[in-house]
Design a protein around this ligand. Sequence first.
Ligand code: FES
Length: 114
Amino acid sequence: MSDKRPDSNWVAVCREADIANEQFREFHLGEQPCFVFRRQGQLHAYRNQCPHLGITLNWMPERFMDLDNCFIHCANHGALFVPESGDCIAGPCEGDRLMAVALRVVDGSIEARL
Ligand code: FES
């Protein structure tokens, strides 16, 4: 994931050390709400936009997981997404997926772009 190519499209999100395992951080790329999280040591990021109706997934800040902490959960109508792939495995948009956001880590800082 380390990529140091100069590119003005990358946006600084936060320090990599600021995201513990199973922790989420919301941010914006332009007008687009997004979130990044760490799971089993790996960073993942998606647009915060449910493929069902195109609205944000969460009702509570930084809260995206279901009660069992297994799947990303859409609070609107209950769609469930595999955290590592964004694939929807249940709910009204089953078979669709969350849109991934590209990440890189430069000198300990997480940067993202659409
Ligand atoms: S808006 Fe996400 S399941 Fe309907």
